[in-house]
Write a protein that binds this ligand. Structure first.
Ligand code: FE
Ligand code: FE
Ligand code: ZN
Length: 278
């Protein structure tokens, strides 16, 4: 069975997100841990979190994905921004301890003129500070499009973060199809080669989730503009190969396409219809 969901609004609460996911044919979903462009967060509702956990068990949900806010920049030049990143990730991990079916995904960061080496060192430092061995939530680095000074624009940069961190062995990866395509990896014509490169550099065993997005822009554009499935430069045929690929088909897929809830419902039905069972 294809494990698929989409990004849902966290303002409705945990259980409501689970119910909404189920109502659109999803068996997982993604949500922001807090306001994505600010960082403010609602008081934690433990009963609501427990209700979601029970709901997900009852309905055989795949692991869900919590997404850190965009304002979390572990390698900012400004120390106060790095302090915000540390506090935010620590608090988010504390909350996610109540959601055993959840993983936390974050954008590694933007080095803003400090250079990727400094960026990688700062990101690894933040991970080592907050991702202590007692934390059980899987922590995932997202592959980035390479817009501006984003770190994580290549598989090598993802590996470098893992190697620089004392917790590197525990880190996973969320591969965003729009981002890697924009980053220059040809998922359309050379999917096997891209996965082989990922395996050699990072290791396919580290891959825990896929952000399934089409791209408005061509291969290597470093733009990061998501498009609806089949309406962008990646195209539906490539997504059929991606969801059915023997090395990817078991993973949870998360849509972050420009859609309202009905559009997500249609994309989930479309992709379920194109998944080959067995
Ligand atoms: Fe993301
Ligand atoms: Fe993404
Ligand atoms: Zn993106």
């Amino acid at each position: 069975m294809l494990h698929i969901g989409c990004h849902l609004s966290c303002s409705q609460g945990y259980l409501a997100m689970g119910r909404q996911a189920l109502s659109i044919g999803a068996d997982t979903f993604q949500f922001f841990t807090r306001n994505p462009r600010g960082g403010s967060v609602k008081p934690f509702d433990e009963a609501d979190a427990c209700a979601l956990v029970a709901f997900m068990q009852e309905h055989d949900f795949a692991p869900i994905l919590a997404h850190a806010p965009y304002t979390l920049n572990a390698c900012a030049a400004d120390e106060s921004i790095r302090a915000f990143a540390e506090r935010t990730m620590r608090e988010d991990l504390e909350r996610l301890a109540y959601l055993p079916g959840a993983m936390l995904n974050f954008h590694p960061g933007s080095h803003v003129k400090q250079g990727p080496e400094t960026g990688i060192r700062l990101i690894a430092g933040l991970i080592d500070t907050v991702y202590t061995p007692d934390v059980r939530t899987p922590l995932l680095l997202e592959t980035m499009a390479g817009k501006g000074s984003e770190v994580g624009r290549s598989f090598e940069e993802i590996r470098a973060i893992m190697e620089a961190s004392a917790q590197g062995e525990r880190l996973g990866v969320c591969l965003d199809t729009c981002h890697v395509f924009d980053g220059g990896y040809d998922l359309v014509n050379h999917l096997d080669d891209v996965l082989e490169a990922f395996d050699k550099v990072v290791g396919l065993s580290r891959l825990r989730a896929i952000h399934i997005n089409d791209s408005k822009n061509p291969l290597g554009s470093h733009k990061d503009r998501h498009e609806k499935i089949g309406e962008g430069q990646i195209g539906l045929d490539a997504f059929v190969r991606i969801i059915n690929h023997p090395q990817l088909r078991h993973l949870p897929f998360f849509l972050e396409t420009p859609n309202e809830i009905d559009g997500y419902r249609r994309e989930i039905a479309l992709l379920r219809g194109l998944y080959r069972e067995g």
